[in-house]
Structures are given as C-alpha cells and as structure tokens.
Design a protein around this ligand. Sequence first.
Ligand code: NAD
Length: 273
Amino acid sequence: MRNSSSAPVRVVIVGAAGRMGQALVRCAGHMTGVQLAAAVDRPDCPAIGRDAGVVAGIGETSIAITADLQGAAAAGDVIIDFTAHTAVPDSSRIAAALKKGLVAGTTGLTGIEKAALVRAAQDIPVVWAPNMSVGMNLLFAMVERAAGVLGLDYDVEIVEVHHKHKKDAPSGSALRLGEKIAKGRGQDFQKVAVYGREGITGERPVGQIGIHAVRAGDVVGDHAVSFAIDGERIELGHRASSRDCFAMGALRAAIWLNGRKPGLYDMQDVLGL
Ligand code: NAD
C-alpha cells in the first residue's frame, strides 16, 4: 500500500465537485507530497465528465470527474471523502476492498454509517475527523492543557460565529472544545455545559462552561475561548477564512496515513497531539 517515501501520495477525491472537493483539488495542485489521481462525484452531478481542475478554478488537470468510484479508487493510494453522510458506507466498503487508505471528513453520520467506517478500519487505515483544520486541532489540544493548568476557578466561555446558512448550532467544533476543556478539568461536559443565557439566570456557578452561537453573513468559522478570573483573562481562538484550511489538513492526513497499519485515527493522531 505504501509508496516509496519520495513518491507523492496519489489521492482520489470523492465529492470533487462540491465546495470541499474543489478546495481539495485546488490545494492538491500546490501541496508537496500529494498528487491528484482521480476525482469522483455522484452520477447525477452536472460536473461529471468535466476536468476537475477547471471545475475547481485552477485550469486543466487532465483528470475528468467520474461517477465510477471503484474504477477511480484503483488509480490512487488514499481516498478522501467529503460528500454526504449517505455516501460514506460505499466509500468505506470500496476503500477496504481495494486496500486503500481512507480520509473521511464528511459529517452528520448516523450510527450505521459510522459503523461502516469502523468496520473498514479493521482492514485499512482510516482518518475520520469532523474538523480537519490543523490549527483547530492544535487549539483542541491547547484548551485541554490550559483548562488543566487553570482549574475550575477560571470561568470558561466559548463563542462561535458561522455564516447564516449553517443549519446546526452550536458547531461541532465548539462542542469538541467544550469536551476538551471539561476533560482537562476532570468534568462531565454534559453536566456543566450551558447554551446561551437569558432572563434572571442568577450568579454564574463555578465550573460552568458557557457556549454561544452567532450566525451572520458569510463567516467561514470563528471559535473563541475565554478563561476568566478576577484580575485576568486568557483568550485562545481560531478563525477560518477559507475552506482551504480543512482541505490542507485532509491532504496532510492522507500523507500521514498512507501505508500505516489498519485502525481508526483522528487528526490528533495525525498531528502527534
Ligand atoms: P457540498 O454539498 O458542497 O459537496 C458535496 C459533494 O459530494 C457534492 O458535489 C455532491 O454531489 C457529492 N456527493 C454526494 N453524494 C455523493 C456520492 N454518493 N458519491 C459521490 N459524490 C457524492 O458539501 P461540502 O461543503 O463540500 O461538505 C461536504 C461534507 O464535508 C459535509 O458533510 C461537511 O459537513 C463536511 N465538512 C467537513 C469538514 C472537516 O474538516 N471535516 C470541513 C468542511 C465540511
């Protein structure tokens, strides 16, 4: 499965005509260590047959978007799936059958769909993470460490801002930040999380983790975490200004995972955190 160390990892992008797929095609075009091998989308996608690079706005790549995942996957080392949750079982099954690595960034998986990834991970290496940004994953590790050092006396508030089209709130990443902070302080996140506040709320109890979602304009994704105590405030945060940060993280995961032993990994593993 592993290429010689100097050869670029050949990636097969599934969902190539989508917002993330296009970002992946663009980033694969200039990132060292990876090479676009194939591009796949749904049979009814209007971009089928078109050049993946043209669709992504970087010009000709000589790789046409196909609906044949099985055939396309044979041309690559690692499959990268940013599609819809319903597509993940097929990608998992085909990757496992062909012994290709799988990087799955698709979110909103049902239990059955997640089980397909777990099953594939018995035969192939799989990286699955709902946020593949390198910076955001570093922030997850940083807030856990900060929370452990600062302890329960510091009031923690998480504020996330996303574009007005986002359908869920709070973001999965805000929840993950909360879970990491709770872990760092030895708490059960579900018991201490408070989502927004309104009315006569009373004084803030010690140990609470406040989470607030703002929806406005075209913001790709901002997350800010404050640790506050009388006399000082520590603020850690992350701002995504384009989808490229997720694409670059996914490509980095593809390079890391190629040739690794079977198992289910996340971005914390990829980054050695
Ligand atoms: P999108 O709707 O713009 O693109 C999805 C693409 O997948 C479309 O082109 C669609 O035709 C294609 N597709 C759907 N079903 C398919 C199938 N069965 N086979 C092949 N192609 C199929 O969506 P998007 O904004 O690119 O996001 C895609 C997924 O990635 C979502 O689940 C989103 O939440 C997730 N996402 C994850 C991260 C991360 O860091 N993990 C970041 C951004 C988005």
